[in-house]
Design a protein around this ligand. Sequence first.
Ligand code: 3HC
Length: 318
Amino acid sequence: MDASTEFENGQAKFDAIIAADEKIEPRDWMPDGYRKTVIRQMAQHAHSEVIGMQPEANWILRAPTLLRKAILIAKVQDEAGHGLYLYSATETLGVSRDELVGLLHEGKQKYSSIFNYPALSWADMGAIGWLVDGAAIVNQIVLQGTSYGPYSRAMVKICKEESFHARQGYSIMMALAEGSDEQKAMCQDALNRWWWPALMMFGPHDSESAHTAESMAWKIKRKTNDELRQMFIDQTVPQAHYLGMTIPDPDLVFDEETGHWTIGEIDWDEFWATIKGDGRLNRERITHKVKAWDEGRWVRDAATAYAAKQKMKPDKSA
Ligand code: 3HC
């Protein structure tokens, strides 16, 4: 079969799978652009999970009770697992984890902007769980329907754990909101600092998005950046009001006609500066990540050596 016929057959099969809302699997023919976008998005998702451990890890030793400490340790451990799960999903497309981590360390791949903000008080652990994991869940629940099979299946597992993450965050915020005036002020301060960066997690407006149109056509994305952001806003504003807290947006208004909350303008200069590396903590986050990667090399080498040794053992079950 000549190359052009193979291409035409492959494209036809790919188009039929996408049109039928079925899954593209690793061995299926796929356009180079599809492969590139899926690797890029899954890799950056994985990077986000791993870097995302840093803000919360800083508060494990300062949790107010043993129970909160245990919950936070479990959550941070989950995020590590989500990262490994997503790196495994990228490896189904023939890229190596080391290669992707190298791209992250060299600044050639991104992680979510949200993790470049400092966690300044215990209330931030609540705001991160409630708002950051809450935003991630809105996106990840929809991503369960993504067209790339391994990514879709990874999302099913990850979403189950993310729900616990958001619940424990909101529980921290409720405890503070029902506490002393000082604790109420801590809660409001954390909401003030995390609200707008959480909205930026969904990316630029669809009109400014380099990838959304193509990702929607390929059903990598099932909802656009703005649609996901609106879903998050509509679910979160009432939760803030239930806490007795104020959303830090003087232009926030409920549109009776559409049934949606409309917001003021996001500070896109802050967004683009942050994802270009000039956010509050970009350098600290990557420096810490590279140091941990280098210091952990002996663990990876030992695990690889052990696995190789296991492979050499005669198979006693035969
Ligand atoms: N942070 C960093 N970079 C961002 C970003 C953000 N919040 N939003 C967009 N970008 C980047 C994109 O990566 C792209 O740059 P690139 O071409 O170099 O990759 C550029 O800005 C243009 O944005 P687009 O909207 O065109 O890019 P996408 O189509 O990739 O959409 C996205 C961005 C909505 C984040 C999409 O990639 C996505 O849905 N990713 C999967 C979910 C994810 O990664 N979530 C991150 C948080 S994970 C998390 O929070 C863990 C939880 O446990 C706490």
